[in-house]
Design a protein around this ligand. Structure first.
Ligand SMILES: C[S@@+](CC[C@H](N)C(=O)[O-])C[C@H]1O[C@@H](n2cnc3c(N)ncnc32)[C@H](O)[C@@H]1O
Length: 222
């Protein structure tokens, strides 16, 4: 499970990631594997405090037997770095050749108004962040749930990466953004998807889909 958040307790009425961590620690068996720092260089300026340049996400698991595909998200070394890393006796050369661990600090620019990925949702996340989570924490054919789907960036990534996806959001206006996301997928053959409006149908289709040629995506709003 991944939760996006931030740490801001100036406003007592609004919760933040610290509240969520406290609640999870005291009421569930979930364990924290990583806190990921999403660092961006572009952002609002500030005069009365240090301008914010990061957000946090937490990755939690229910048991030690969790899925993690590091190889799918390794970062390639430059040729110079690779030669140095291959001489480092502490590193396994086979793994080194596959690339670097991206670490828990990800430098990814926030989407600005001109960004090609932008579909208009005010808090739309960059594809790269969602893509890194989807690839490393799920496998092709897995079911990914996003309870706070917004524009449905997770749905787009899942369609491209061949994961089934259940999206939901309390606002029905988000469906328009989702349609834009799906229209922006460049290689239509890579992402054949079918929009399913009933959860029961979604699971029926997955259980019957033998060769997984089409990725079912369900987006529910309420
Ligand atoms: C930060 S946005 C998600 C952005 C998304 N990751 C994207 O890339 O577009 C959070 C979404 O959660 C939805 N939301 C807020 N409270 C909710 C609730 N209680 N149940 C379901 N959705 C909710 C909002 O309508 C909003 O679209």
């Amino acid at each position: 499970m991944v939760i996006f958040g931030g740490i801001q307790f100036r406003d007592e009425k609004k919760g933040d990631l610290l509240d969520i961590i406290h609640c999870i620690r005291n009421n569930t068996k979930f364990m924290l594997v990583n806190t990921i720092i999403w660092h961006y260089k572009n952002g609002m300026s500030a005069q009365r405090y240090f301008a914010n340049r990061h957000e946090e996400e937490i990755w939690l698991v229910k048991s030690d037997n969790y899925y993690f595909d590091l190889d799918s998200v390794r970062v390639p070394y430059s040729e110079e770095e690779l030669q140095l890393a291959l001489k480092d006796k502490r590193l396994n050369p086979e793994n080194t050749k596959k690339g670097k661990n991206p670490t828990n600090v990800w430098e990814i620019a926030r989407l600005n108004g001109n960004s090609k990925e932008r579909v208009g949702h005010p808090t739309q996340k960059p594809l790269k962040i969602i893509d890194t989570f989807v690839k490393s924490l799920s496998y092709p054919g897995a079911i990914v749930l996003d309870f706070f789907a917004g524009s449905g960036t997770t749905g787009r990534v899942c369609a491209e990466e061949k994961r089934h996806c259940l999206l939901c959001d309390s606002s029905s206006t988000t469906l328009d953004y989702f349609e834009k996301h799906m229209a922006n997928i460049t290689d239509k053959n890579l992402a054949k998807y079918k929009r399913i409006d009933e959860v029961d149908n979604f699971f029926n289709i997955i259980s019957k889909e033998e060769n997984n040629q089409i990725t079912p995506i369900s987006y529910l709003t309420f």
